[in-house]
Design a protein around this ligand. Structure first.
Ligand code: AHR
Length: 880
């Protein structure tokens, strides 16, 4: 048995050791090494310096490892070589013994370098039967390094997890050390020799299986394969003191500059009121919206009947089914009895007479029944085959045993005619386990179309919006609505774009259209409804006009072909802003809104970088020339580069991990101030790669971790609001029912009855509702992973200090100010925080993470403030 030359700490002599086996006594190794010159010799270790073959000789102790899969050799950090791992399942170093006794104190160390910072990656672990005894790892859910110790040998129970205060970078060597102290019952993680976090850890169990370098074990399976390099792995059967950990880390890292800062050092925030920064754009915080995730139909738009015009599926009356007491009667689609050319398919109900026969609609995952509530139903009907009525309407429990509301229309005409009725619920409980039923005991045939049911709506608008969602949006204090944004504007094809002229006027004039998100839009949320929504929330429309490119690649060539589309955009702008002497202004008045709407921004297209034909430059130019000629004061937004035209504003989109968002929070600090302004028109922290492909994997709404990434990112937009003049999170809304979403992570979730804001929603609310008109320059020292934005209301003197602590550690901030006459001793703190980054709100636990407002005192020109772990904090101070 040979021992390779020691390095850095713990020079040893060759020692003959008993072969490792099932009765392996980790203490023996330690006792054997106690004779060495350092007080803390490793019990086992590998420096991966062979550089060839598959045997991994020990640098400490006697245990050999074996390269498995395509594990190989790379240039070393410590010594000539290191272990390189591809991340492929099966690639790791297998050591047939446990290297420490996990039921007693131990320390395990490794130098690690990641090729990617996604997916769990475990550098060192010892197998139990079902799960590893510990994981020295990178965690995908927190973006941090951690030493994680499960309480028992299975996946149940909360693991102790001491995590790093750094989100690692790829291509950088880090030294990790996990220390379990059985006497103190604590678990500590060190990164680069700096203690990161110590957490309680009680009575771990003994993992007796193989040691693995480069993977963990979970639910009996090998998992967490590392994509990166590992060097100088060491294990000790003692809880090493901090000083010893630091010595090894320093020796290993040598000239590698550590990125890790001591989290126990105070952070200083210097605020300089002597020199004012940029003005905050009054339009900065807004909303982006489109028909995705049942945002309108089945969401904000109040309609409760799904497939009200029977066009969702050409083959069957989906979401409608026959209800028949005697088992007779039928419902079917009928194209021979169109209501009009827009609504060509009707539902034919054939009833034998004598017993109840009808059609039930299951709504958007149920009909929301609330006590003492009045519902407005309307429908078109035409009787045939001797049928004269009656038709009964009811909201019932799904099994039909309970009726919540009921009404009757006695006579039905033989010609198409619209009928309106109200349905009133009594006292009682809420339910969404319900259905809507239209039925009859009469005999004959009746055709139905445009069957509609509305609950009370926000500001009692006829065919208006859902109240709880509007209230949530109002709390965001949005300055604008990007309408309709996203892929929904473009459609999959030119024919299925958002064709605004087909969304005007009475519902019977609206054919609806297939959307790009796998379902059909009723177009109940038409252009005027968008504008009314703006009016109700006192926000401005930011009008997105179709610009001749659709998602599946169809495009209209600039030049004569594009002229009708440019004209359509001019008409649309006139519909929004023209007075009643204009053609389209008059149409708007006819549709119910004589007064024009304010409009400052028009966006030309959506994400036109997808257009590989290169036509956007020309298309943008043609639209811009025509719009500017007629409306010179409108600011025009481009959605992609336009080499031959300079837009007023450029729309940039960012969907990235929380870590990437936070790391890039200074993105606009050094941005070119001479170019176009920026609209960050879609962005979100969401820890999933392709949110449109596998929406069920995460979400449906973000965690606190995402909210921290969002808030960090927002500090950057706010500080740079001279260039970032508009911003909007996306997507905004999601119906959380199974099948309700096409995008993984979204801001506000709901079912038929309930809704909730995600932690990211509350971060938005906090930012938009609490800012001044001017940025106050500030510098942070000693605080990586702390993000700041300081603004002041120059009229009232209110100072808003926004601080985002993305780490798991409470952090003391010493605030120093210059240039203020006085700062009042009392103020307010608004804090969003949680005990874990994984914390979130759900439809059943809607307010787990919400901002808390408290009074604070002891403020002044300089003061100390302690930030909670994982927190977004806004301090509101009164200054003169
Ligand atoms: O927000 C979801 C989608 O992401 C939008 O429709 C599109 O513009 C972007 O790609």
């Amino acid at each position: 048995m040979t021992m390779s030359a020691p390095h850095s700490v713990g020079a040893q002599e060759t020692t003959v050791l008993p072969p490792a086996g099932p009765n392996f006594d980790p203490g023996f190794l330690a006792r054997a090494f106690r004779t060495q010159e350092t007080q803390f010799p490793p019990i086992a270790g590998w420096s991966f310096d062979a550089g060839q073959g598959t045997d991994v000789a020990p640098a400490f102790g006697s245990l050999h490892g074996t390269l498995r899969g395509d594990a190989g050799w790379a240039t070393g950090l410590v010594g000539a070589h290191a272990l390189t791992l591809s991340g492929k399942p099966g690639s790791f170093v297998d050591i047939e013994e446990p290297i420490v006794d996990t039921a007693h104190s131990y320390t395990v160390m490794a130098c690690v370098k990641l090729n990617r910072t996604s997916g769990f990656q475990t550098f060192v672990s010892i197998d139990g039967n079902q799960i590893s005894g510990f994981f020295l790892q990178f965690r995908d859910d927190t973006d941090e390094f951690a030493i994680t110790v499960p309480p028992i040998d299975n996946t149940a129970g909360d693991a102790a997890e001491a995590s790093s205060q750094v989100a690692p970078e790829t291509g950088v060597w880090y030294h990790l050390a996990g220390v379990y102290n059985a006497d103190a019952q604590t678990l500590t993680l060190y990164v680069d020799g700096v203690a990161q976090q110590t957490v309680p850890c009680k009575s771990p169990w003994r993992a007796t299986g193989h040691t693995a370098i480069g993977r963990g074990k979970y639910a009996r399976n090998p998992v967490d394969f590392v994509n990166g390099s590992v060097d100088d792995v060491r294990a000790y059967n003692v809880a090493l003191p901090a000083e010893e950990v630091r010595k090894v880390a320093n020796a290993d890292l040598k000239s590698v500059p550590s990125r890790v800062q001591d989290p126990s050092l105070p952070i200083r925030l210097q605020i300089d009121n002597d020199r004012l920064g940029p003005k905050i754009s009054p339009m900065l915080y807004g909303l982006m919206t489109e028909e995705i995730n049942y945002s309108y139909d089945g969401g904000l738009y109040g309609e409760l009947i799904r497939n009200r015009t029977f066009q969702d599926d050409p083959g069957a009356p989906v979401h409608w089914s026959l209800v028949s007491t005697g088992g007779e009667g039928a419902i079917e689609l009928d194209r021979n009895q169109p209501l009009n050319t827009n609504l060509p398919v009707s539902l034919k109900l054939t009833a034998p007479g004598g017993s109840r026969v009808g059609a039930t609609n299951d709504g958007y995952w149920g009909i929301p029944v609330r006590p003492n509530t009045r519902y407005q139903a309307s429908f078109y009907a035409k009787a045939g085959d001797g049928f004269t009525g009656p038709l009964e309407f009811a909201i019932e429990s799904k099994d039909g045993t309970k009726t919540y509301a009921h009404t009757v229309v006695k006579k039905i005409s033989g010609e198409w005619k619209q009928y309106s009725v109200t349905l009133q619920t009594g006292a009682g409980t809420e339910s969404q386990d319900t259905r809507f039923v239209v039925s009859t005991g009469g005999k004959g045939t009746v055709w139905l179309n445009l069957v509609s049911l509305f609950p009370p709506t926000y500001r009692n608008r006829h065919h208006g919006n859902r109240i709880d969602l509007m209230e949530k949006l109002a709390a965001m204090k949005p300055a604008f609505l990007r309408m309709p944004g996203g892929n929904y504007l473009e459609g999959d094809t030119i024919a299925t774009r958002f064709d605004w002229k087909k969304t005007l006027g009475p519902l019977m004039n609206r054919p609806g259209h297939p959307g790009p998100w796998q379902y059909r839009s009723s177009d109940g949320m038409g252009l005027l409804e968008f504008l009314n929504w703006c009016e109700d929330l006192k926000m401005e429309p930011l009008l997105a006009v179709y610009a001749g490119y659709s998602l599946k690649g169809e495009y209209v060539k600039p030049g004569p072909d594009l002229v009708p589309y440019v004209q359509d955009a001019l008409d649309e702008i006139e519909y929004v802003t023209g007075d009643t002497s204009t053609r389209w202004g008059a149409q708007r008045a006819k549709d119910g809104h004589p007064a024009p709407f304010p409009l400052h921004y028009v966006e030309i297209g959506n994400e036109d970088w997808f257009d590989r034909s290169g036509s956007y430059d020309g298309r943008f130019g043609q639209f811009a020339a025509a719009i500017k000629a007629k409306y010179p004061r409108l600011e025009l937004i481009a959605t992609a580069a336009t080499p031959n035209h300079v837009p007023d504003v450029l729309d940039e989109h960012f969907y990235r991990t929380a870590r990437a968002m936070a790391r890039d929070a200074r993105h606009y600090d050094n941005y070119d101030r001479k170019g176009p302004k920026i609209f960050v028109g879609e962005w979100a922290s969401q820890d999933i790669d392709r949110p449109w492909e596998q929406p069920e994997q995460k979400g449906p709404t973000p965690t606190l971790n995402s909210a921290l990434g969002d808030a960090a990112w927002m500090t950057g937009m706010e500080r740079n609001s001279d260039v970032v003049v508009l911003e909007a999170y996306a997507p905004l809304l999601v119906n959380v029912n199974p099948g309700g979403r096409q995008w993984a992570v979204n801001l506000i979730g709901y079912d038929a009855l309930h809704s909730y804001g995600s932690p990211s929603y509350y971060a938005q609310v906090m930012f938009a509702a609490n800012h001044g008109d001017t940025v106050i320059p500030a510098t942070v020292t000693g605080g990586t992973d702390l993000y700041e934005s300081i603004t002041k209301d120059t009229k009232s003197g209110a100072l808003y200090i926004k601080l985002v602590n993305t780490t798991s550690r409470a952090r003391s901030v010493h605030v120093d100010t210059t240039g203020f006459g006085s700062i009042a001793p009392n103020g307010t703190a608004i804090t969003l925080s949680g005990s874990s980054q994984r914390d979130t709100n759900t439809i059943t636990e809607p307010t787990k993470i919400v901002p808390i407002t408290t009074k604070i005192s002891g403020l002044g020109k300089s003061f100390d403030y302690k930030l909670l772990p994982y927190s977004v904090t806004i301090l509101k101070l009164k200054t003169k």
